[in-house]
Write a protein that binds this ligand. Sequence first.
Ligand SMILES: [Ca+2]
Ligand SMILES: [Ca+2]
Ligand SMILES: [Ca+2]
Length: 139
Amino acid sequence: MTTSYFSVRSPLVLLAVLGLVSCQSTTPPDRFVMADRDGNGFLNADEVSDFYVGGVFDARDTNKDGKITKAEWNPEMGAAESRDFDRHDANGDGVVTREEAMAWARKGGTYAAVVKEADTNKDGLVSRDEAMAYFASKE
Ligand SMILES: [Ca+2]
Ligand SMILES: [Ca+2]
Ligand SMILES: [Ca+2]
């Protein structure tokens, strides 16, 4: 698995992102529904990947222009971080767009392993029940 800025650091990260189990009492936006862009009631690996990367991206894109500069990525960037940034910058224009970040995470299969583990009936998709069971098992 490719490690990157947008990698899953632990399944608990995904738990926090999707927030399916722990945050019910405060009636947050339903993150499962938010992640399920085509609204079919299931999450595929791309939807999970895009949802998480989108959240990280928005947090780092401090001026909200849809692009992350090196300064936004990491103001104290060293050589290794700089190379990591350049790998995400597919067209080499010096900024990483949301699309570039999402494409990178999809290609790296960062979330495929999580989806595979959560997908207990092996249909390639994570249902709400599967997601809740998966997150409950990680708590
Ligand atoms: Ca879907
Ligand atoms: Ca770029
Ligand atoms: Ca499934």
